[in-house]
Write a protein that binds this ligand. Structure first.
Ligand code: KG4
Length: 338
């Protein structure tokens, strides 16, 4: 009999529901919240309220697009953390209520596992998936980690940021340039037109596989502050070159440690995930790197780079096969590691 999983994601500011049958995606619906744009960041209370408004129609649409009814579902997977607690409570409570109503199990999913496992979402029966072990570079607004993935439930963090995440470096520098939130996609767009060799920004010198982005942020800020003293139009006149140089520096930092991790572990497959893996430069750099070294690269379709319920459903699918269910007295967690 088929295993049909409904996935629910509500950890931050996207309300999403997806349906997966035997590992193959049937639907993936995402309602992004626009209310935060004017505040320059996600406002937790507004996010929780918007999830409350969105969750019923989003789940309904996901079921309809999948062409199934509630009674066909085998289990419900939901993001239990990390994320904003109020947002997580909406998805968790909804999943519990629905599972009680349908008398089917719930499966809790670590959001970060979801990002890593997004490479196992198949859109067609024969789509390739990574072979274990592989390395996943997980880069988002909250995380920058190099993870050794031995199995769906066996992941080891080899390195991670000791301060800002890569996404924060994009967003904070973009903010200094006067770009809207989140700035990452704007930097990406501008960088395509700019000269990446024009400006030099600081790169960290920290041992091992850990990352640091706070020095780069400060160096970017100081460059702008100094230049603006002489020319108030400096940012406007140089925005493409600034974006391209910033993006290149972030990519160099990411690739340096990724290369070390590959050499250290001897893995043959490299994957990327998280919001920053939507970045054109990051995608190209990882693809080129893997090609040169004869490694297999898994670059996710852009729809699976940001928060989505398809990745929650696939992670729940593997846990379901192991009968690893969640109890009703389990609660969401705001913080957790892989
Ligand atoms: O994974 P995600 O949607 O949310 C969490 O942080 O959990 O990642 C959001 C981050 C933001 O920092 C955003 O600026 C960044 O991903 N991002 C990008 C791009 N698209 C999204 N950064 C650089 N280039 C992009 N194209």
């Amino acid at each position: 009999m088929s295993v049909i999983i409904l996935g629910i994601e509500s950890s931050c500011d996207d309300t999403s529901a997806a349906v997966i049958r035997d590992g193959v995606l049937l639907s993936n619906v995402i309602a992004s919240q626009q209310v935060h744009a004017e505040f320059g960041g996600v406002v937790p209370e507004l996010a929780s309220r918007a999830h409350q408004q969105n969750i019923v129609p989003v789940v309904d649409t996901a079921l309809k697009r999948a062409g199934i009814s509630k009674s066909d579902l085998t289990a419900i997977g939901f993001t239990r953390g990390p994320g904003l607690l109020g947002s997580l409570l909406v998805g968790t409570s909804f999943a519990k209520g629905m599972s009680l109503g349908l008398r089917i199990p719930i499966v809790d999913v670590n959001h970060l596992h979801g990002h890593v496992l997004s490479h196992f979402i198949r859109r067609e029966e024969n789509d390739p998936v990574p072979e274990y072990p592989f390395i996943c570079l997980l880069v988002s607004g909250g995380n920058s980690q190099i993870i050794l993935v031995r199995n769906y439930n066996d992941m080891e963090i080899l390195g991670q940021t000791i301060d800002d995440a890569a996404g924060e470096a994009f967003d904070k520098c973009a903010k200094v340039m006067g770009l809207p939130y989140p700035g990452g996609p704007h930097i990406d767009r501008l960088a395509a037109e700019g000269d990446a060799a024009r400006f030099k920004f600081a790169k960290p010198h920290i041992p091992g596989l850990d990352y640091s982005f706070s020095g780069l942020k400060t160096s970017f800020l100081y460059t702008l502050r100094d230049e603006l003293k002489n020319n108030p139009d400096f940012i406007e006149e140089n925005k493409a070159d600034l974006a391209a140089s910033l993006q290149k520096t972030i990519i160099d930092i990411l690739m340096d440690k990724l290369d070390k991790a590959v050499k250290q572990t001897g893995v043959k497959t490299v994957a990327i995930g998280g919001g920053v893996s939507a970045n054109s430069g990051v995608r190209d750099a990882v693809a080129d790197y893997c090609k040169r070294r004869n490694l297999t690269a898994f670059i996710p379709p852009r729809v699976f780079t940001t928060d989505n319920a398809a990745m929650v459903a696939i992670a729940a699918y593997y846990k379901y096969l192991d009968r690893d269910f969640c109890r009703y007295d389990e609660v969401p967690y705001a913080r957790v590691q892989v």
